[in-house]
Design a protein around this ligand. Structure first.
Ligand SMILES: Cc1cc2nc3c(=O)[nH]c(=O)nc-3n(C[C@H](O)[C@H](O)[C@H](O)COP(=O)(O)OP(=O)(O)OC[C@H]3O[C@@H](n4cnc5c(N)ncnc54)[C@H](O)[C@@H]3O)c2cc1C
Length: 328
């Protein structure tokens, strides 16, 4: 049955925000609600996008496709919302020691060099950078509010009838939602610390068993920790110790610690997002783990194309791969 009711996007983290901008571009009527009472991972994120991963400098999943799309997407979005938040920046991975350097040199033939520039001291990664997620979210919230489509409000099941369909972009909270908690999430709590120092470089992101990110206000961020044993929104002494030791292993000895950020990454067991409509009026856009910044733009476009009937969703991300978990 045709209906003029709008869609509802539940949650304005990176996922809900990026999907909402794609709904606007496609002229799909919607509202977006965000609860101030729930934990939000996006405000804690370093926001880094990096097409290379792991000891063997492998290309990340779908790197070319995702990165070709995310650059123009975020650049155009800055113009739309009138705020700077996209910072392309080289990322440097120093060799940990002479053995590691030799180990990589021995494998140079097997490594894909599309994003790499080798030097004596380490490897530079091109097409990396970071998104200031807090600025993206705040400026988008104002933009949506000015259009009259944003509400600071907690969604409850009774609200469903007012909408054509509800698309849940709840991040970690999906694991507590009876509709979605059957999905194989594997959440990972993380912390990072903002600090002042004169020692790190301001020209690039340093990545050595952690990262140091230069911020526009002159401070830096060091991150990030991973833990799977507890999911409170509070910082822990052990994670703070771990971040301080990362600072020292990245060569920073004089610093002033400023603020700690805590979030819970909505990661999944098969390391692929959960995207799509489960039924005509129930959908999900979640499971972006530690890569919300690089994964969500491309898959928001895919989701919108699927909603408009233009294209099937990629099977690796489609929620259909878990439809057996929902059958009664
Ligand atoms: C320390 C740390 C560092 C990270 N670094 C990076 C990085 O460098 N690069 C990167 O790409 N990613 C990074 N991440 C991961 C990134 O944070 C996530 O991929 C991303 O934030 C997920 O976004 P989301 O919108 O799915 O979830 P969230 O940001 O958690 O947003 C979910 C939103 O839904 C709202 N909500 C939930 N339930 C309801 C309800 N019933 N009604 C209304 N609203 C609701 C919540 O209030 C919240 O605002 C990091 C994460 C952490 C913790």
């Amino acid at each position: 049955m045709k209906t003029n009711k709008p869609y509802l996007l539940v949650g304005q983290g990176i996922a809900g925000t990026v999907l909402a901008h794609h709904f606007l571009q496609a002229n799909i009527p919607f509202e977006i609600w965000d609860s101030p009472k729930h934990i939000n991972s996006s405000y804690a994120a370093g926001g880094i996008f990096n097409p290379v991963t792991g000891r063997k400098l492998e290309k990340t999943w779908k790197a070319e496709t995702l990165f070709d799309y995310l650059f123009p997407f975020y650049q155009q979005l800055e113009a739309t919302v009138g705020k700077a938040f996209f910072y392309p920046m080289p990322l440097f991975r120093p060799f940990a020691n002479a053995e590691m350097r030799q180990w990589l040199m021995d494998r140079k033939q097997e490594i894909n060099h599309d994003f790499l520039v080798w030097t004596e001291e380490g490897v530079w990664i091109k097409q990396a950078g970071w998104v200031d997620a807090a600025s993206l979210l705040e400026s988008s919230k104002t933009y949506f509010a000015n259009l009259g489509i944003f509400a600071e409000r907690t969604f409850q099941e009774e609200d469903t009838d007012h909408f054509k369909a509800v698309i849940y972009c709840e991040g970690f909270h999906a694991t507590q939602n009876p509709i979605w908690n059957k999905l194989p999430f594997l959440p990972a709590k993380g912390e990072l610390i903002r600090f002042h120092s004169n020692e790190p470089s301001r020209d690039h992101i340093l990545n050595k068993n952690g990262f140091i990110l230069p911020l526009p206000d002159g401070a830096f961020k060091v991150g990030a920790t991973y833990r799977w044993d507890e999911f409170t929104p509070f910082p822990t002494a052990s994670s703070r110790e771990e971040l301080i030791s990362k600072l020292s292993s990245m060569g920073v000895s004089h610093y002033e610690l400023l603020d700690t950020f805590v979030g819970i990454r909505p990661a999944t067991q098969d390391r692929r997002p959960f995207v799509g409509m489960l039924t005509e009026n129930l959908g999900i856009f979640n499971g972006f783990g530690s890569k919300g910044v690089s994964l969500s733009p491309y898959f928001a476009r895919s989701f919108v194309q699927a909603i408009l009937g233009e294209k099937e969703l990629e099977p690796e991300v489609s929620i259909r791969r878990y439809s057996h978990l929902f059958s009664v």
